[in-house]
Design a protein around this ligand. Sequence first.
Ligand SMILES: O=C(O)CCC(=O)C(=O)O
Length: 277
Amino acid sequence: MTPDELDHYHQHGYVVRRGLFGPAELAPWLARLGALIRGEVPRPDGMVLMRDVMVVKGAVAPTSEEAAVAKIQDFDLDPVLRTYTDHSRILDEIEPITGEHIVSIHNMLINKPPAVDGRHPLHQDLLYFPFRPADRIVASWTALERVDRENGCLAVVPGSHRGELLPHENPDWEYVNMAYFGAAGVGAHPERVHLEMEPGDTAFFHPLLLHGSGRNRSPGFRRAISSHYAAADCRYLDARHRAAARRYRLIRGEAQPDGLLDLHAEDAEGQPGAAGP
Ligand SMILES: O=C(O)CCC(=O)C(=O)O
């Protein structure tokens, strides 16, 4: 990130880097998404394929298997998709935020097919990360095709990352995908900004930034690939959460004492780290 981009990130909680990847670089990730959904390649351990709630409830009849899926979570063990998470261009961008010791903590492909609701309420990703400081955690989100208001691009509330982690709840919508929680009382925030992006453009954002996405009203798909990263010396909130470390992976630098990958450390209250969930 340039100093100006980093300033923008600190001030607003996000920054969009245009053209971080070219079409030829996106093609293998898109192809893999399709192959995984169609069952043409084995799904690695830990990967979760989520069908859209409207399909599950029979409210729409998908025209293909791809049109039935909302999300693929945790592709860290997939040899093709993990090349996104591990990409040196992303790691170079985020290093000013995480520092030199970087851990992969989560990744997903969001496949917003046409004809389903697919909205994601404004929320804060820190809800899912039981370690701190929040300022050393960052998301990358790359458009795999053009994303705009019509097909449900990302929406963010600039500056919201300076607030607290809010309570989250299920929005009062007819169709809400599993675990698509929204920050309580926020609704469609009047200051939200829509991030229209071309394929390969990449948004980086803070885990307290309120963000979500709209309905896909277009006849096509709206697909994106996203990873979360944290500094290896982040500390768990308490020993109970240390078990989550089994899903995390060092991708640059070294594991740090008492940090995310130290399974034997004592946590803040002096409790020995838990060995299992
Ligand atoms: O890509 C989207 O529609 C929103 C993704 C997102 O915010 C999330 O899954 O946390």
